[in-house]
Design a protein around this ligand. Structure first.
Ligand SMILES: CC(C)(COP(=O)(O)OP(=O)(O)OC[C@H]1O[C@@H](n2cnc3c(N)ncnc32)[C@H](O)[C@@H]1OP(=O)(O)O)[C@@H](O)C(=O)NCCC(=O)NCCS
Length: 208
């Protein structure tokens, strides 16, 4: 199968939940997932909720993109547009509420997760208007075929058209290199908390 058979489109309504399984598989061994949820039984319950909450939030702004092959979602990118960030208290509360069903398994990770978010925010604050990539993942069975690049492309184009930047953080050197290939530059390399995996804050200026 080649990337040419993949349809990249905005997901909404019932399709939003379809991103959870491929994203969970993509993020299963991601350093942040393993750091926050080292026990697999907890990760199995909490990680899908976390990813669903990012997907729902992105879908509110029509910036949840899916890669679809034969009707099945195999990857997704959850972006927030410039007007959606910082996340106001109401949307934050909705995200917290969405964790209630898995609270017993999430509680251990919550305070470390909050500390990490606060540190990440410090690298994010004060930037000019931008699209913010909350999550991108491709089902491991479909990786390395151009789907990730295809998922990034529509928002990178839109950001160029609107003359705004793009921001993300990532937790592996391989990913940082991959994003560099898409025009991002590393702004900072840091550890959000003493035990958190090394993190790259990356920025892509609009191309005219
Ligand atoms: C990062 C990710 C989204 C990339 O998606 P993908 O569909 O595998 O990437 P693509 O096939 O579009 O990449 C195109 C090119 O980058 C290469 N590439 C893919 N993943 C790479 C990686 N992690 N590091 C370096 N190069 C990579 C491909 O080999 C390909 O190179 P080529 O065009 O020279 O053959 C995917 O690997 C993934 O889901 N990873 C797990 C979750 C994750 O880490 N998400 C990012 C969090 S910030």
């Amino acid at each position: 199968m080649t990337a040419s058979t993949v349809e990249i489109r905005t997901l909404c309504g019932r399709e939003v939940r379809a991103v959870v399984d491929p994203l969970t598989r993509a993020f299963w061994n991601y350093p942040e997932s393993v750091h926050l949820l080292p026990q697999e039984n907890r990760r199995r319950r909490v990680l899908p909720r976390y990813l669903l909450s990012d997907a729902i939030d992105a879908a509110r702004f029509d910036t949840l993109l899916g890669a679809v092959i034969g009707g099945a979602v195999v990857g997704a990118a959850a972006w927030l547009p410039p007007r959606a960030y910082p996340i106001p208290a109401k949307r934050q509360a909705q995200q917290v509420l969405s964790f209630l069903p898995v609270l017993p398994w999430a509680i251990g990770a919550a305070s470390e997760g909050r500390r990490g978010q606060t540190a990440n925010r410090a690298h994010h604050r004060g930037l000019p208007p931008h699209y913010y990539l909350r999550a991108i993942g491709v089902d491991p069975a479909h990786q390395g075929r151009g789907i990730g690049v295809a998922l990034l492309a529509p928002v990178l184009r839109r950001a160029n058209d609107e003359g705004v930047g793009c921001f993300l953080t990532t937790a592996t050197l391989e990913n940082a290199r991959w994003y560099e290939g898409q025009g991002f530059v590393t702004r900072a390399i840091y550890k959000p908390t003493p035990t958190w995996p090394q993190t790259w804050a990356m920025w892509r200026a609009p191309k005219t």
